[in-house]
Design a protein around this ligand. Structure first.
Ligand SMILES: [Zn+2]
Length: 171
């Protein structure tokens, strides 16, 4: 069995379970941690329901072949980002990784795959409707809101890469 590690030996509580459910479903948890979720879910109906709901959402999103992200998605996203504003922050980026480029700066739910997927799903459905000429004024709002988590996460990655490149060039 697993070595005695303070936290992982204790049974998982509902609060902790709900907080980590997305990661559990993503399969990104360490094995002992994952086991704690498994054991708790087996015993707890409320968390099991939440688990099933999220899992259903994943499945639904993965079965949306008509609304796949277009191949030029990255380009389109980057083109829509105010790059001038990003460049204006250049002096801030010089010495260290600014706090907004650290992954932990973003709330967990923004980084979670399900949030980004739901966002993309909403945005692409809204785009499809907009292209069809369904003239609701809400559609642009839905598109922007839906793309936001993905954009923010991608921008962060881009910022970190840019920083690394700059550093390498300087040293
Ligand atoms: Zn529970």
């Amino acid at each position: 069995m697993y070595g005695r590690k303070n936290k992982s030996d204790q049974p998982l509580g509902c609060k902790e379970c709900k907080q980590g459910l997305q990661e559990y479903l993503d399969g990104t948890l360490e094995k002992p941690e994952s086991l704690r979720f498994f054991l708790h879910l087996r015993e707890c109906t409320a968390c099991q329901e939440e688990h099933d709901r999220l899992q259903g959402l994943f499945r639904m999103l993965e079965s949306l072949p008509d609304h796949e992200v277009p191949a030029d998605f990255d380009g389109a996203v980057l083109a829509s980002v105010p790059y001038a504003a990003y460049q204006a922050m250049e002096p801030l980026r010089r010495d260290r990784v600014p706090v907004f480029l650290e992954e932990a700066f973003l709330p967990r739910f923004v980084r979670a795959r399900v949030t980004r997927l739901v966002g993309l799903g909403v945005a692409s459905v809204a785009m499809a409707l907009a292209l069809r000429g369904d003239g609701s004024v809400l559609l642009p709002v839905l598109i922007v809101t839906g793309l936001l988590p993905e954009i923010v996460v991608r921008l962060q990655g881009l910022g970190r890469r840019a920083l690394e490149t700059t550093r390498r060039a300087e040293s």
